[in-house]
Write a protein that binds this ligand. Structure first.
Ligand code: FRU
Length: 441
């Protein structure tokens, strides 16, 4: 079990976590809910775990917020999002019901036979959830396959538009092609189907955890695409993003052909965005891990990142509060707080920096990382990652945590995040290399 109090990175309190859910700033707190299996370090019947923070730096685990109580969510409360309405916190999520029950393991479905509906639970303060009284089904399982799939339709992301509420949902066309569905509502209770959008099967067979946001320079669509072709077998499911545009009147979305990976370490998945206290668009993602840590937990979250679209490119910048939290300069990583440190440097051609066994180097105009010395080796494990060709220099700002290294390149032009195991408390580079180190107070 990890400590209930955490800094910068929220880690599983114990057992298993996956997607961030219901991320919102509400009544003075950041709330981060997440997919949680409380009975073992593996995926199973989904609950929503809950962590809160005043400042995006110091986090407190608050236990389980949502758990199955209704027919619609009897086998799990899958991913979803949060909005505030009339002072209440409303969590809109996917409920699943398995059919038939799996006699050998009630926590997973048999041959993917299940149905999904969209549900809502409300809370007066964001801390107390009555799972018996305050839940309702807002969208029953889909019955018209031309609209969406009865089984694989999930992960509602809801936002407030000028004229009502909008929902984007992930779905599939015949399990061959991912798509997103758009619904509209005046009251969050009754939803009307409006439109859908998709690309070809080369963009994956199912789109999970969609998120659409508008930024001053235009829209951004996030998808977690299942079964992207041409990628390592273990990495077929990838979070990607597009500069997209959306017409509110018709809910018609234009999605260009080319996408960026959310993160070039390819460990991040199922990101979710919200607005921070200052109105910045911020994002948190699940860090996929190959095995439980020595402390018996598996799964954690990235640091919050600021999303910006500029000239058709999507940037993921270190959040200013995160940068500011590493306020104490140190001469050596051995002096760092247990919550890690930040290393800042530029990389010249041919240079390499070794952060406790994690190697960062420059290969032509790309940044390359190699975690071979600090990661379990198994077939299909990604040990080496690299960015596309860089345009804006070779400036690196690296957050080092015991279980995660996040390499921000050129203030978020690209990020490479990698889960790691057993990172050493030293840094090595050529002698004259200038590396600034900062840790948390
Ligand atoms: C993505 C996902 C979601 C689903 C949840 C279940 O990782 O598969 O589509 O709601 O995880 O835990």
């Amino acid at each position: 079990m990890v400590d209930a109090k955490q800094k910068i990175h929220v880690k599983a309190p114990d057992n298993w976590v996956n997607d961030p859910n219901g991320f919102i700033y509400y009544k003075g707190y950041y709330h981060l809910f997440y997919q949680y299996f409380p009975y073992g370090p593996r995926w199973g019947t989904m609950h929503w775990g809950h962590a809160v923070s005043r400042d995006l730096i110091n986090w407190d685990h608050r236990g389980v917020a949502l758990f199955p109580t209704k027919r619609g969510d009897q086998n799990g409360c899958f991913s979803g999002s949060a909005v505030e309405k009339d002072g209440q916190l409303c969590l809109i999520y996917t409920g699943v019901r398995y059919e038939p029950a799996n006699p050998e393991d009630i926590h997973i479905s048999q041959n993917e036979q299940f149905e999904s509906c969209q549900m809502m639970i409300t809370s007066e303060d964001g801390f107390r959830f009555d799972n018996w009284r305050d839940k309702e089904t807002v969208l029953p399982p889909l019955t018209d396959p031309r609209i969406g799939d009865r089984t694989h339709t999930r992960d509602p992301k809801v936002w407030r538009g000028e004229d009502g509420w909008y929902m984007i949902l992930g779905s599939t066309f015949e399990e061959r092609q991912g798509k997103v569905l758009f619904f509209r509502s005046q009251d969050l209770h009754d939803w009307i189907y409006v439109n859908q959008a998709s690309k070809g099967p080369e963009y994956g067979w199912m789109w999970e955890c969609p998120d659409y946001v508008e930024t001053p320079e235009g829209g951004v669509l996030f998808l977690s695409a299942m079964g992207l072709p041409g990628i390592l077998e273990r990495e077929k499911n990838q979070a990607i993003c597009f500069p997209a545009s959306f017409d509110k009147g018709t809910c018609r979305m234009e999605i260009p052909d080319t996408y960026q990976f959310l993160d070039y370490g390819r460990d991040l998945y199922a990101p979710q965005t919200t607005l921070d206290r200052e109105g910045r668009r911020i994002l948190i993602a699940w860090v996929r891990m190959p095995e439980p840590t020595g402390a018996g937990w598996i799964g954690m979250f990235s640091s919050p990142r600021v999303v910006e679209r500029r000239g058709g490119h999507i940037y993921f910048r270190m959040h200013p509060s995160v940068r500011g939290a590493y306020s104490r300069e140190i001469a050596h990583p051995a002096k760092a707080s247990p919550f890690g440190y930040r290393a800042v440097f530029d990389l010249e051609k041919g240079e390499q920096v070794d952060i406790g066994g994690f190697l960062i180097s420059r290969d032509g105009n790309r940044i390359r990382t190699d975690r071979s010395a600090v990661y379990p080796h198994f077939e299909g494990a990604r040990l080496v990652s690299q960015t596309p060709e860089l345009k804006e220099g070779f400036h690196l700002d690296v957050l080092v945590d015991e279980n995660l290294i996040e390499v921000f390149i050129n203030d978020g032009e690209y990020v490479i995040s990698s889960s790691v195991y057993g990172i050493g408390r030293q840094i090595q580079a050529n002698e004259e290399k200038k590396i600034l180190l900062y840790t948390l107070e």
